[in-house]
Write a protein that binds this ligand. Structure first.
Ligand SMILES: [Zn+2]
Length: 133
């Protein structure tokens, strides 16, 4: 499986640490969450969180328009395929492993890169549903 290698790049920030870092950032730098990070929310049951699971994610990635080769135009005409941007959007199917024992509010951060697309930073926020008692 080509996507298995991404598993090594996943780092978990536990919620307590994450919140402190965010607050420090806001106070000292006035910086919000980075705009180039793609955020996804994943909701899992308490059992899945305990056991760990693999979630499927569809990551939009920007690639070079195959019609105009990234120039945004063909001869003197703007490229109709990409509306002159030279970019084309594709979706990259990804399987993200959520490690066993993941906590509510944990974030998985990693970078997705393919040979023909600009790399995308992804942050997956995990929400754990309380167990039904
Ligand atoms: Zn084009």
């Amino acid at each position: 499986m080509a996507h298995e290698c991404f598993a090594d790049e996943i780092a978990i920030d536990f919620p307590s640490v994450g919140r402190v870092v965010e607050r420090m950032r806001d106070r000292f730098l006035g910086e919000r969450a980075e705009p180039d990070v793609l955020c996804a929310d994943v909701c899992v049951s308490a059992f899945e969180a305990w056991k760990g699971l693999v979630v499927a994610l569809d990551v939009p990635m920007r690639t070079t328009c195959s019609h105009c080769g990234g120039r945004g135009e063909t001869w003197t005409e703007p490229c109709h395929q990409c509306c002159g941007t030279g970019d084309s959007l594709t979706h990259h199917a990804l399987r993200v492993s959520v490690p066993p024992g993941v906590e509510d509010g944990a974030r998985l951060r990693f970078r997705v890169s393919t040979p023909d697309a600009a790399s995308v930073r992804v942050e997956v926020r995990v929400a754990v549903r309380p167990a039904a008692v």
